[in-house]
Design a protein around this ligand. Structure first.
Ligand SMILES: Nc1nc2c(ncn2[C@@H]2O[C@H](COP(=O)(O)OP(=O)(O)OP(=O)(O)O)[C@@H](O)[C@H]2O)c(=O)[nH]1
Length: 442
C-alpha cells in the first residue's frame, strides 16, 4: 500500500522525540532533518520538502510545542496539519454544472490508467444516481475501444463509439448523444501518449475547444513518482486541467507524487486509484491521506465503504435475526459477501489505526473468505438453515464439493456455533446497547 516506507521512517523519527519528554530546539532540528530525509526518499519534490520542513520547524520551535506537556504529540499534530495543507486541505470534488451534462475530458500518458479510470468514475457516479456516458476517443490503438466497452459494461455504463474516426468529431457527437439520451455525465476517454507529443496535444486542445469540458482530469501513475509530477506540470501548462487522478496508489510505497502534485501544479488530486478492479477508486481526501502517512489509519473511508456495502434494510433484518437467534448460514454468507464488497482484506485492514507497515507481517488471505463461501454454497438449503443436521457423511460431501478438507468444515461449524452462542448472550443482555462482533473466521 501507499506510503509504507514513508510512514515507517516518520514513525521512527517521532519515536525518538517521544522518548525525550520535554523538547529543546536541537531535538526538533534533529527530528526535522529526519523528516526531510524521509520525504526526499519518498520522492517528494525538493522544493516542496524544503518549504514543508521550514513551515513545520517554524511552528514546532514555537511556544505551542516547547511549553506543551506532550511536546512530541504537538509536533506530530503540526506535521499532520501541514501535510494535509500540502495536499489541499479538503477533498476537491468534481464541479457539476447547473445545466447537464457535465463533460469530463480524460487525458494522460499511455498506460497511466485513463481507460480503467474512465470506467471507475462512471461506476462511482452511477452509484450516486448519475447517468454516465463513456465516449471512446482513443482511435489509434484498435484494442482501446474494445477495452472501454469491456470496462464500461462492468461499470454498467453506455459506451458511445464511432470506430476509428476523427476523435474531435466523436467527442462532439458523444456529447450530442448524451444530451439527446438524458445522460448527465459524459466521460471522454482519449488516446494515450508515450510522452508529451505535439500532434496528440493539438488533438486534445481541439477536443477541448469543441466540447468545452467542465472538467479536464489528468490521469497520472503514482508509481512514477517525480515523473508523474513533471508530467502533470507539462500537461497543466498546455491544457487548463482542473484536477488530477492519481492511479496505482496501491502499488506505490513511496507516495511522493501524492504529496507534491498540488504544490507543483496548483491543481488538486480529485481521485485516487487503489487497484485494478472497477470499485478501486477513492475520492482523494488530504486529511485522510495525511493520517495514513502518519500511521493513524483512515477510519472515515472505512466507514464510508461499509455504508456503501451494507443495505440498511438488510442490516435491520439481520439485527432482528441476531436478536431472535435465528441467524443461519445464509446470513453468514450474506455478511461475508458484504465485507468483500468493501475491498480486499489488505485494503480494509490497512485503514485501521496503528496497522501501518505492520500489514506485511499479517497473514491476510482473501482465499479464506473464498473457502468459507465455497463451503456454505456446497451445503443444501436444509443444512444452511439448520447446521446441526450436518453429520460426518454430510461433512465429507461438503468438503468434497467445496474443494476443502473435513477439518475446514468442522472449523467453520464450530465458529458458527460460537457466534450463535455469543449472539444469544447479547440478545438477552442490555438491549441495543452492545453491538455484535463476528469472531475471527481465520
Ligand atoms: N494496481 C493498479 N493497477 C491499475 C490501476 N489503474 C489502472 N491499472 C492498470 O494499469 C494498466 C493500464 O491501464 P489502462 O486503463 O489501460 O491505461 P490507459 O491510460 O488507458 O492506457 P492507453 O490506452 O494505452 O493510453 C492496466 O493493466 C490496469 O489494470 C490502479 O489504480 N492500480
Amino acid at each position: 500500500m501507499a506510503f509504507e516506507s514513508l510512514a515507517d521512517k516518520l514513525s521512527a523519527a517521532f519515536k525518538k522525540l517521544k522518548s525525550k519528554g520535554k523538547l529543546n530546539e536541537t531535538d526538533i532540528k534533529e527530528a526535522m532533518r529526519e523528516v526531510k530525509l524521509a520525504l526526499l526518499e519518498a520522492d517528494v519534490n525538493y522544493k516542496v520538502v524544503k518549504d514543508f520542513v521550514k513551515n513545520v520547524s517554524e511552528r514546532a520551535v514555537g511556544q505551542e510545542v516547547l511549553e506543551s506537556l506532550t511536546p512530541a504529540q504537538q509536533v506530530i499534530k503540526i506535521v499532520n496539519e501541514e501535510l494535509t495543507a500540502l495536499m489541499g486541505g479538503q477533498n476537491a470534488r468534481l464541479v457539476f454544472p447547473s445545466k447537464p451534462p457535465c463533460i469530463v475530458l480524460m487525458c494522460g500518458l499511455q498506460g497511466s490508467g485513463k481507460t480503467t479510470h474512465s470506467a471507475k468514475l462512471a461506476k462511482y457516479f452511477k452509484g450516486q444516481g448519475r447517468r454516465p456516458l463513456l465516449v471512446a476517443c482513443d482511435v489509434y490503438r484498435p484494442a482501446a475501444i474494445e477495452q472501454l466497452k469491456i470496462v464500461g459494461e462492468k461499470a454498467g455504463a453506455t459506451v458511445f463509439e464511432m470506430g476509428q474516426g476523427d476523435p474531435v468529431k466523436i467527442a462532439s457527437e458523444g456529447v450530442k448523444y448524451a444530451k439527446d439520451h438524458g445522460h448527465d455525465l459524459v466521460i471522454i476517454d482519449t488516446a494515450g501518449r508515450l510522452h508529451i507529443d505535439e500532434k496528440l496535444m493539438e488533438e486534445l486542445k481541439n477536443i477541448e475547444k469543441t466540447v468545452v469540458p467542465n472538467e479536464i482530469l489528468l490521469v497520472v501513475d503514482a508509481m512514477t513518482g517525480q515523473d508523474a509530477v513533471n508530467v502533470a506540470d507539462t500537461f497543466n501548462k498546455a491544457l487548463p486541467i482542473t484536477g488530477v487522478i492519481l492511479t496505482k496508489l496501491d502499488s506505490d510505497t513511496r507516495g511522493g507524487a501524492a504529496i507534491s502534485v498540488l504544490q507543483v501544479t496548483g491543481k488538486p488530486i480529485k481521485f485516487s486509484g487503489i487497484g485494478e478492479k472497477i470499485d478501486d477508486l477513492e475520492p482523494f481526501h488530504p486529511e485522510r491521506m495525511a493520517s495514513r502517512i502518519l500511521g493513524m489509519g483512515d477510519v472515515l473511508t472505512l466507514i464510508e465503504k461499509a455504508q456503501d456495502a451494507v443495505d440498511e434494510k438488510e442490516a435491520a433484518e439481520l439485527a432482528k435475526k441476531m436478536k431472535e437467534n435465528s441467524f443461519d448460514m445464509n446470513d453468514l454468507l450474506d455478511q461475508l459477501r458484504q465485507i468483500r464488497k468493501m475491498g480486499s482484506l489488505r485494503q480494509i485492514v490497512s485503514m485501521l489505526p496503528g496497522v501501518g507497515n505492520k500489514i506485511d507481517e499479517m497473514n491476510l488471505d482473501d482465499n479464506q473468505f473464498t473457502r468459507i463461501e465455497a463451503m456454505i454454497t456446497s451445503m443444501t438449503k436444509a443444512e444452511r438453515a439448520k447446521p446441526s443436521i450436518i453429520n460426518p457423511s454430510r461433512k465429507r460431501r461438503i468438503a468434497a464439493g467445496s474443494g476443502t478438507e473435513v477439518q475446514d468444515v468442522n472449523r467453520l461449524l464450530k465458529q458458527f456455533e460460537q457466534m450463535k452462542q455469543m449472539m444469544k448472550k447479547l440478545g438477552g443482555g442490555k438491549k441495543g446497547k452492545r453491538r455484535m462482533r463476528l469472531p475471527p473466521m481465520m
